[in-house]
Design a protein around this ligand. Structure first.
Ligand SMILES: *[C@@H]1O[C@H](CO)[C@@H](O)[C@H](O)[C@H]1NC(C)=O
Length: 348
């Protein structure tokens, strides 16, 4: 199933806006002798326009041109702009499949923006058509504003099957004025319990912010606005598991998690505030497309593939962990009576 593309009328509205924007830049160029018109759009100083024919050219401000002229410029723009708009709008449906929630997933603003909604009947979600072994995936997200308690908005990578791998960003909503929690996890072979949670140094509901997952053979790094907040290193398969053999898809969803999400489940979703809507834009994946036939991932020269945190980045990571980390499984020994997971105790 595809994401619903924006409706034709919506595209038209957008087109008219663009046209209005271009009007002041449009000038009419005509040959004085014949008064046969040549149209061109030109934002540069008028003197820069010349004609090979040698005819003297006069430029009239578009605003002083006849109605016919205006109409022709209009048609010209229609031809120019419309295909661009249409191409942009189909982007989401080319790259992503709707997974649940039907019309609660909406592609709006001509494909620039995608929104996911949650109401009492259902949440919603989508996933990428492609799957990758390693990559740097990013999204700009604006989270559910106001009272978002009980809601969970997620952006994660996951493979399939009962021994799946997964790299999670989950955003746990809160009462108005109380901070969102960013919940991260790494699941290998179907086993997780590697949670780290953070508060943010900004309100994630008023603006778009960039959340990225870098996943390469050495390390997984979670970034917020380019700042690393967590790393999960590959210590070698004999010491701790690391997801490096199963291809993953990008998934995203919004759902009701009020049995655990907000203050451990104490605060429930207030359905009178539904629908709860999170907005997505600029989703990108610099990644190795997994080819089943060869098992190959042809992207050996990409910078993210060799990336590890350098000194200054590590310092920023430590700064975030010191000031904004609110939970770390590695510091929760009572959860692991048999001993902390290997990656927590391993010397790197
Ligand atoms: C919600 O706000 C409370 C109080 O500030 C805070 O302890 C908690 O971490 C916040 N986030 C969630 C998801 O409960």
């Amino acid at each position: 199933m595809n994401l619903t593309p924006p409706s034709r009328p919506l595209l038209l509205v957008f087109y008219f806006q663009i046209t209005a924007l271009f009007f002041p830049l449009a000038f009419v160029v005509y040959k004085e002798d014949t008064s046969k018109s040549v149209l061109c759009m030109h934002p540069l100083p008028l003197e820069t326009l010349t004609f090979v024919s040698g005819n003297k050219i006069k430029l009239h401000s578009f605003l002083h041109s006849s109605f016919l002229m205006k109409f022709m410029v209009f048609l010209f723009l229609l031809v120019l702009v419309f295909p661009l708009v249409a191409a942009f709008a189909t982007n989401f449906s080319q790259e992503y499949d709707l997974t649940w929630g039907t019309d609660r997933v909406r592609v709006i603003n001509n494909g620039e923006l995608l929104t996911l909604s949650l109401d009492k009947d259902s949440g919603s979600g989508f996933q990428s058509k492609k799957e990758w072994l390693f990559g740097k995936m990013s999204v700009q997200l604006k989270l559910v504003p106001g009272n978002s308690a009980g809601t969970v908005t997620s952006y994660y990578l996951a493979s399939q099957g009962s021994t799946w791998d997964e790299i999670d960003f989950e955003f746990l909503g809160n009462l108005s004025g109380d901070p969102y929690t960013v919940h991260t996890n790494v699941i290998t072979g179907g086993k997780g319990e590697r949670e780290q949670q953070f508060h943010l140094w900004f309100d994630p509901t008023t603006d778009f912010h960039t959340y990225s997952i870098l996943w390469n053979p050495q390390v997984i790094i979670f970034y917020v606005d380019g700042t690393p907040i967590r790393q999960f290193k590959n210590l070698g398969s004999t010491r701790a598991p690391f997801p490096n053999s199963q291809a993953m898809r990008i998934h995203s969803s919004i759902w009701n998690g009020d049995d655990w999400a907000t203050r451990g489940g104490l605060i429930k979703t207030d359905w009178s505030k539904a629908p709860f809507t999170a907005s997505y834009r600029n989703m990108s994946a610099q990644a190795c497309i997994w080819s089943y036939g060869s098992g190959a991932y042809p992207c050996s020269s990409s910078s993210w593939l060799a990336k590890e945190l350098d000194g200054p980045s590590l310092e920023r990571l430590m700064w975030v962990q010191k000031h904004y980390m609110i939970y770390n499984y590695c510091m929760d020994p009572k959860r692991f009576p048999q001993g902390l997971p290997l990656e927590c105790v391993a010397k790197t």
